[in-house]
Design a protein around this ligand. Structure first.
Ligand code: SF4
Length: 95
């Protein structure tokens, strides 16, 4: 039963947020728009809360559909377009 619940939760994470952190200019717009998902770090750049950090210094986090809109707004607010979202099911790059 627990395993079944886990499977459902994982499949509900339909979208992946990706942050090109090396090119973040630290304007803080994302953290203002979606503070539950974005925080400013001591080095002046933003971080995705609870993300995986990749070897190329990008960050990524899989999110549920209910959290898509607020993260889409943070991506739209980024002046240097370093926040990307893709649909994990279709592989579509949304932004
Ligand atoms: S909005 Fe873009 S540039 Fe500004 S802190 Fe967030 S990710 Fe960095």
């Amino acid at each position: 039963m627990a395993e079944e619940t886990q499977t459902v939760q994982e499949s509900a994470r339909k979208y992946r947020i990706e942050h090109d952190r090396p090119n973040c200019i630290g304007c803080a717009a994302c953290a203002a728009v979606a503070p539950d998902f974005w925080v400013m770090s001591e080095d002046g750049k933003s971080d995705i809360v609870g993300c995986r950090k990749r070897d190329d210094e990008w960050e990524e986090l899989d999110i549920e559909e209910k959290d898509y809109q607020v993260n889409r707004e943070s991506a739209d607010s980024c002046p240097v377009n370093v926040i990307h979202i893709k649909n994990k099911e279709t592989g579509e790059k949304i932004i």
